[in-house]
Design a protein around this ligand. Structure first.
Ligand code: ZN
Ligand code: FE
Length: 248
């Protein structure tokens, strides 16, 4: 499976998933139709399906135009987004599959009350996670409709994915928020090193993130890190996560 990242709308990414079929592709979070149409033309592929992570316009705004060009294709999103995602035909919940069984649905609310992620296990200790606005480099998505408790449960699911997981998040926020993370967790040498590396490569895409690096440097995956909890004076777990939501 190949993943192509299309920059869109300033700091969004739309992802094109190319599976075994050489003439088809699936679009993840097409907030704008134009980059998808241009890429399909260039690659000679036809749009087969759309996967949306949540209802926000920067993830779904291109769907109506794409459905005009590719009528009848499947549009998948969370069951709780019924009525909020244009053209939705599949209403997903935890454990459902997409793309002929290749991708598995995770319910990961917090940013919005319904939010799904799509995990494509490669069977070799890794895989590709399309995470929408749940996790970003060094941070998490804003809690617009959910609580810290919702997001904590979602982060526990993401942190538990295989070590070799690649994370295709929906915005290029990495430099800004790794800088912020380094302020919250200043003793973390891996985080400082990550920040220096990002600063010297500023302006280049940082996706895919790796789960391994986020575990080591994203404070929101480090709710039970002994140094971080000692620094905050919080108990490991939700108390530390809640503290992070308040300060980072
Ligand atoms: Zn969003
Ligand atoms: Fe977004």
């Amino acid at each position: 499976m190949e993943v192509i990242a299309l920059p869109a709308l300033g700091d969004n990414y739309i992802y094109m998933i190319c599976g075994d079929e050489p003439d088809r592709a699936t679009a993840v979070d097409p907030g704008d139709a134009r980059p998808v149409i241009d890429w399909l033309r260039k690659s000679g592929r036809r749009l087969e399906a759309i996967l949306a992570t949540h209802h926000h316009a920067d993830h779904t705004g291109g769907i109506p135009r794409l459905l005009e060009l590719f009528p009848g294709i499947e549009v998948s999103a969370g069951a709780g987004d019924r009525g909020r995602v244009p053209g939705q035909t599949r209403f997903l919940s935890e454990g459902n599959t997409v793309c002929g069984g290749a991708g598995r649905v995770l319910d990961v609310p917090g940013h919005t009350r319904s939010h799904v992620a799509y995990f494509f296990d490669d069977g070799r200790g890794g895989g590709d996670l399309f995470s929408g606005d749940t996790i970003f480099g060094g941070t998490i998505g804003n809690l617009f409709e959910g609580t810290p408790e919702d997001m904590f449960a979602s982060m526990r699911k993401i942190r538990a994915l295989p070590d070799g997981t690649r994370i295709w998040c929906a915005h290029e926020y990495t430099l800004e928020f790794v800088r912020e993370a380094a302020r919250v967790d200043p003793e973390n040498t891996l985080l400082q090193r990550r920040l220096r590396r990002l600063e010297s490569a500023a302006g280049t895409p940082t996706v895919p993130l790796t789960l391994a690096e986020e575990r080591a440097t994203n404070p929101f995956l480090r709710w039970d890190d002994p140094e971080l909890t000692a620094r905050f004076g919080t108990t490991p777990g939700i108390a530390t996560f809640r503290h992070l939501c308040a300060v980072a």
